[in-house]
Design a protein around this ligand. Structure first.
Ligand code: NAD
Ligand code: AKB
Length: 323
C-alpha cells in the first residue's frame, strides 16, 4: 500500500485545456490522488482569480513551450484535453483541424522520445457518422464521420494506435458521449443543450432547444466520466485491447425525455424546439453506445442514470445559482 502511494506521489501530471468543462473537474480529482503540487493545470485562457499557484498559461499549438514545461516540471503523465468541439469546429474547420491534430502529435512525439511515459487523449462519439448503426453502436462499427471535429477525432484515434503499435507509446483514450456537469459550463458542443436545459429550467422556467424533441444521443454525468478516465489510466496495460479509443456508455435520452425528467422536480417547466445547424451534426451521431469492450477490459460501469443525474444537477445548480 505504502509502495503504491510512493509510486503515485512520484508522478508529475500536466493537464491541458484545464479550465474547460472536463479539465476543471479532472484537475481537482487528479490532485486528490496525486497531490495538489504534482498536477500542473494549463490553458490558453487567463485564470479568473489567480487562485491556483500550480497554473500556467499554455497554448498547445506552441510545441516549444510544451517541451520546456515538460522538462522543467519533470512531467511524467499528460492529460491532453484542449480541443475545438463539434459546433465551433464546423464554423472554423481548418483551425479546428490544426488545433485538434497538431497538438496531439506534439504529445505523441514527446511520448515516443520517452519525455513522458503516459498520455491520455479524449475522443468522442463524434467519430461515428450517418452510416453507422444508430443503436448500441459497437466498438468497431463503421465510422465515417461527416464533421470536422469527428474527422479530427477519428484521425487522432488512428494516430494513437499507430504510436502505440510502432513505438510502444502508452496512450489511452475514451470516446466520451455528451458530458453533463454543473461546475463549468460547456462550450461549442452539440450536446451542450443537455446542460443548458438545467440552467434555464432554474433561471427561466423554460428552454428553447436547438435540437428536435426526438433526437436521442448518448450522454454521461461528469462524475462518471472523471471516474472512467482515471480508472482507464490506472488499469493494467496488459488488460487493454483497444489503443484507438474505447466506446463508453451511460445514458441515452432525447430532449423530450430530459424535459419530462426535469418536470418531475419543476412541474411548470416548459420546453420548445427550434433546431439549428447542430441538428444535422446530432443526426449523424449514434443514439446509444455498446461499451462491452470497456466493461470487459477494465470493468467499466456507470453509476448515474437519468433521474440520479437530474437530481444531482438541479440540487447542485440551485446552490450555485442561489435559487
Ligand atoms: P471545453 O471547450 O470546455 O474546454 C477546452 C479548453 O481548451 C478550454 O478551456 C479552452 O480555453 C482550452 N483551449 C482551447 N484552445 C487551446 C489552446 N490552443 N491551447 C490551450 N488550451 C486551449 O472542452 P471540454 O468539454 O472540457 O472537452 C475536453 C476534451 O474532451 C476535448 O478534447 C473534447 O473534444 C473532449 N470531449 C468532450 C466531450 C464533452 O461532452 N464535454 C465529449 C467528447 C469529447
Ligand atoms: C460535442 O458535442 O461536440 C461534444 C462531443 C460529444 O464530443 N460534447
Amino acid at each position: 500500500m505504502l509502495a503504491n502511494r510512493q509510486i503515485i506521489m512520484a508522478e508529475k501530471i500536466l493537464v491541458t485545456g484545464a479550465l474547460g468543462q472536463i479539465g476543471s473537474e479532472l484537475t481537482l480529482a487528479l490532485r486528490e490522488i496525486y497531490g495538489v503540487e504534482n498536477v500542473l493545470s494549463t490553458d490558453i485562457q487567463d485564470q479568473e482569480n489567480q487562485s491556483d499557484p500550480y497554473y500556467e498559461k499554455l497554448d498547445v499549438m506552441d510545441a516549444g513551450k510544451i517541451a520546456e514545461i515538460v522538462e522543467q516540471h519533470k512531467i511524467t503523465i499528460v492529460y491532453h484535453l484542449a480541443a475545438m468541439l463539434s459546433a465551433t469546429a464546423e464554423k472554423y474547420p481548418k483551425k479546428g483541424w490544426d488545433l485538434n491534430m497538431d497538438s496531439l502529435l506534439t504529445f505523441l512525439e514527446l511520448a515516443k522520445e520517452k519525455k513522458i511515459k503516459q498520455l491520455y487523449w479524449p475522443s468522442s462519439i463524434a467519430i461515428f457518422g450517418p452510416d453507422t448503426p444508430k443503436n448500441n453502436t459497437e466498438q468497431n462499427a463503421l465510422a465515417i464521420p461527416t464533421t470536422v471535429y469527428g474527422i479530427s477525432k477519428r484521425a487522432g484515434e488512428f494516430w494513437c494506435n499507430y504510436y502505440y503499435e510502432k513505438f510502444g507509446v502508452d496512450v489511452r483514450s475514451i470516446r466520451y458521449p455528451g458530458l453533463i456537469s454543473w461546475k463549468t459550463r460547456p462550450g461549442g458542443g452539440t450536446t451542450d443543450y443537455a446542460v443548458d436545459i438545467y440552467y434555464q429550467a432554474l433561471e427561466e422556467g423554460k428552454y428553447e432547444c436547438f435540437l428536435s424533441e426526438n433526437t436521442a444521443l448518448p450522454m454521461m454525468y461528469m462524475d462518471d466520466a472523471i471516474r472512467a478516465t482515471i480508472e482507464l489510466m490506472q488499469a493494467d496495460a496488459d488488460k487493454l485491447t483497444v489503443r484507438t479509443s474505447y466506446n463508453l456508455h451511460a445514458l441515452s435520452f432525447t430532449p423530450k425525455e430530459i424535459a419530462e425528467d426535469i418536470q418531475k422536480h419543476i412541474p411548470d417547466f416548459e420546453i420548445s424546439y427550434k433546431p439549428d445547424f447542430r441538428q444535422e451534426i446530432a443526426d449523424s451521431w449514434p443514439g446509444s453506445i455498446d461499451d462491452s469492450v470497456a466493461q470487459k477490459d477494465w470493468n467499466w460501469k456507470p453509476k448515474f442514470d437519468l433521474s440520479a443525474m437530474t437530481e444531482a444537477m438541479l440540487g447542485n445548480l440551485k446552490e450555485k445559482l442561489g435559487k
